[in-house]
Ligand binder design. Sequence first.
Ligand code: G3P
Ligand code: CA
Length: 376
Amino acid sequence: MNLRSLRSFAALALAAALVTPASAHGHDRPPVPAKPLLIGHRGASGYVPEHTLTSYWLAIEQGADFVEPDLVITKDGVLVARHENAIAILNADGTVREATTDVVDRPEFADRKTTKSIDGTAITGWFVEDFTLAELKTLRARERLPQVRPANARFDGQFEIPTFEEVLQLVARANDGRRGKRPVGVYPETKHPSYFQGIGQPLEEPLVRLLHRYGYTGKNAPVIIQSFETQNLRKLARLTRVPLAQLLNGSGKPYDFVLSGDPRTYADLAKPAGLADIATYAQGVGVNTNLMIPLVNGRLGTPTTLVADAHQAGLVVHGWTFRAENAFLPNEFDAGADPAAYGDLAGQIHAFLRLGMDGFFTDQPFLGRQAIDSFK
Ligand code: G3P
Ligand code: CA
């Protein structure tokens, strides 16, 4: 890096009153967060069905600094917020494995059921890119994890699939009411970019067009674009000056590396040479918690040097995903044996903040804000 990019990112966060640039401390360090960045993962998805306007609104109300929409694109080229392009996935026996909409119960769309290879995995179900926006708007959101979050299922059938533009409008309205305070930011993720490029529906141009139209134009704009792939981030770095974050998973490799034959894995990218390469096009990394503190027998093990190495490369580090339910917590933070019960999320978050993690994605922004406030 790419000191210019580092300063840009510091300036972004400074605009959000979150970061003190290293130069202010008189030594050569990456941005030092005055307060870690709180990112509402899929909104406030611990409390209401994910990727709905209600979920994003609730995240803002609960103190999120940024809200996180995952983005896919409709048949008629409109970016919408869904965790996956598959909006209902079937098992081999025809039972529902996962659904974020009620499409499986909509006979008018029965003929859209199909099997596709998405990033090398065969998936049978219904896919956003086979629906126009008008058709998608007739569907209603469902809780994706009803076993772990049964209370959220009471909202099934109530909410539409939002467009990314509607998310930006929601954030703009929230910021209208926050004049004089730091603006809430948006942290969109491009989902399966190589796949969408391959079907002639690239995500990057419509994303940048929309961001620029809503005023997210420069290096200080309160937006960070994230992706698990690398080539589309490099392309985005040419299309826009807004900050970018490379996502790093706990296993596997970016799918564009699979396609291009690049032998590197996410583990390679998490090493100093990989991080230095990322710093040529991005300002941050969004990392699986296991890359910072691996689990050993279900409990937090010995921290890696990833956070320090990323800082050395001039990258900020945002961890994912912090969830309050026992089902997702390291065992030492569990409270009882009920997978759906809440354990000590703040305890887990504090362990990562002590490492120097600069921000985190959480399904429970209310508890995330409490964890930040109680961190010493
Ligand atoms: O983008 C951060 C985190 O959300 C990455 O994983 O699959 O939950 O989008 P996913
Ligand atoms: Ca995401």
